[in-house]
Every structure is written in structure tokens, then in C-alpha cells.
Design a protein around this ligand. Structure first.
Ligand code: SF4
Length: 215
């Protein structure tokens, strides 16, 4: 097992204090619904996705039912999530892929999941760790920002940040850490006006070091 350094241990301890039982804020009842919700969540808030999926999944909660919708019918239903044209296209292609290749089930395999139309590395990582308990650390906009501010990574490339985090933290912590970093980024270390006065990480924070005199 990898030995985490003092800083990594401190970050894990403090995130455990702040978010002892982190949960995904997207609502879903099965793996397929989670996958659809994660696709919809790109550039959109989880709150908005939950409003949209509450209606959508009343009738269209399986790939078989989803593909009975035309592209324009699905676009209409997911319109408020933004980027609705591409998202509808991806959800329909992914659903057809699932039916044709995997008997309608989302495969419990990180690599296979990424072969589905419209499913990139981040989406696959979220679903793999959230639905299957797999060891994966998804890097979204919050994880990317927090990781750079805390100097856990110095890159705007999500995959490079993911690799840096995987090297720094124990594998068994990855899934939980992803959720904690998302919540920390969403509610404390916000993109604009982060709540530094209530943050335990000032001593490790590049952003704080550069901006504390203006706060
Ligand atoms: S000190 Fe401020 S910028 Fe740095 S991690 Fe904490 S909240 Fe984010």
C-alpha cells in the first residue's frame, strides 16, 4: 500500500471532518439512470439535473424505453440542462450501445464503459466508483480547481490531475475523496469568493498565499 505523506494525510483527515459521509447529489434508482444523470450534469448543476430526471425517468428509465424517443423529443425533455443537442445524441447512442453490446446493462468495467458513445473518462469514473464501488477518482471542474489550489496537481488537464491524485492518495480512498473534493469545491472552495476564513487548508494553499492580503 502507498504511504501517504503528511499533507495528504492532513487533507484526508480534514475532509473526513467536513464531509464524514459524502454522497453523490444526483438522484437515481439504477446504474443506467446514474449514467444518464452524469451525462446531463456536464456544465449543469446537480439540482437542475434532478428536476429534469425526475420527470424523464417517470417514463424513460431504461435504455429500451429511452430509445423510443426521437432526438428532438429527448432534446425537449432535457432542454434546461444546456447543451441539450449533444446530450440527447449521446444519451440515445449510449442507450443503443448498451442494448446492442451489453444486453441493456451498464458494464461494471471502467474501460468498457468508456467505449460507450458519449461516455468519457470522467463520466465513467463517477459511475464506476458510485454505482459499482470501483476504485476511481473522477476529476470534474471542482476537483480540478481544488487540486490546483492545494498544489496537489499543477495542470488544467483533468487526466493529469487524476494521475497526480492517484499517486498521492491511497487507492481505497479514491471514490470517497472524489465526492469530498466535489463538495468542498462546491460549498467551501468555490471558484469565486472561496470561503478561506473557514478553510483548514490555508497553510497548503497556493491561492490563499497569493490572495490573503486582499481578503
Ligand atoms: S484557503 Fe481558500 S482557496 Fe485555499 S483551499 Fe481553502 S477555501 Fe480554497
Amino acid at each position: 500500500m502507498r504511504m501517504m505523506d503528511t499533507k495528504a494525510k492532513f487533507i484526508v483527515e480534514q475532509l473526513d471532518n467536513l464531509f464524514p459521509a459524502p454522497q453523490c447529489e444526483l438522484n437515481y434508482k439504477n446504474v443506467y439512470q446514474l449514467l444518464v444523470a452524469v451525462i446531463l450534469s456536464a456544465q449543469c448543476t446537480d439540482k437542475r439535473v434532478n428536476v429534469v430526471t425526475k420527470e424523464l425517468f417517470k417514463e424513460f428509465d431504461t435504455p429500451q424505453k429511452m430509445i423510443t424517443l426521437s432526438q428532438s423529443q429527448l432534446e425537449e425533455k432535457i432542454h434546461s440542462c444546456g447543451f441539450y443537442h449533444n446530450k440527447a445524441k449521446n444519451i440515445l447512442s449510449m442507450s443503443r450501445d448498451l442494448i446492442e453490446k451489453y444486453n441493456g446493462e451498464v458494464p461494471n468495467d471502467l474501460e468498457l464503459m468508456q467505449t460507450l458513445a458519449g461516455v468519457g473518462r470522467k463520466t465513467a469514473n463517477v459511475v464506476y466508483s458510485e454505482a459499482f464501488g470501483g476504485e476511481a477518482i473522477a476529476v470534474d471542474t471542482h476537483v480540478l480547481r481544488v487540486s490546483n489550489r492545494l498544489n496537489l496537481a499543477t495542470s488544467s488537464n483533468p487526466y493529469q490531475v487524476e494521475k497526480a491524485l492517484m499517486q498521492t492518495f491511497d487507492k481505497k480512498l479514491w471514490g470517497k475523496l472524489h465526492l469530498q473534493l466535489v463538495l468542498f469545491g462546491r460549498y467551501v472552495c468555490k471558484a469565486k469568493n472561496p470561503n478561506c476564513s473557514n478553510c483548514p487548508f490555508t497553510k497548503y494553499c497556493e491561492y490563499y498565499a497569493q490572495n490573503k492580503h486582499n481578503m
